[in-house]
Design a protein around this ligand. Structure first.
Ligand code: AMP
Ligand code: ZN
Length: 136
């Protein structure tokens, strides 16, 4: 993955503000933080998204996310954190190298979560659940 910006960060070809790393995982600050301390946790081996990610790699990332999140609570005085991953362009994925966003949260930080809607009626809701269930 010569051109992938996160692979370049893993190889040290472009700089990053590293927070944590081990053999499998790298964590660094997002250059455009939602809140101060917003981290990206990435696998060193390139995969595009969560569907391509083997379970072992997912487990390694999970451990690193927990570690960094603990650091946010203890080291930054955060009271909480959000964890999220954008998968595919339609979901807002800009860098096609899978990554968890770990975002420290502070009481009164004013950050609004995504807006929620509602189903037209119960029938519509159940029909969507059935479709999903049949293909999951
Ligand atoms: P996503 O939309 O989930 O693909 O998010 C990509 C994230 O990568 C964005 O939040 C960017 O701010 C962040 N980003 C892009 N380039 C860099 C970089 N060189 N160093 C740190 N973060 C970056
Ligand atoms: Zn990559």
């Amino acid at each position: 993955m010569q051109e992938c910006i996160f692979c370049k960060i893993v190889r040290g070809e472009i700089p990053s503000a590293k927070v944590y790393e081990n053999e499998a995982v790298l964590c660094f600050l997002d250059i455009a933080p939602v809140t101060r301390g917003h981290c990206l946790v990435i696998p060193k081996k390139h995969v595009e998204n969560i569907l391509e990610m083997p379970s072992q790699q997912a487990g390694e990332l999970h451990e690193a996310v927990r570690r960094v999140a603990q650091g946010m609570l203890q080291g930054l005085g955060a009271q909480g954190f959000n964890v999220g991953m954008n998968n595919f362009q339609a979901a807002g994925q800009l860098v096609m190298h899978a990554h968890w966003h770990v975002i420290p949260r502070f009481e009164g930080d004013g950050l609004q979560l995504w807006p929620q809607g509602k189903y037209d009626n119960e029938q519509e809701m159940l029909s969507i659940a059935r479709k999903l269930s049949a293909s999951s």
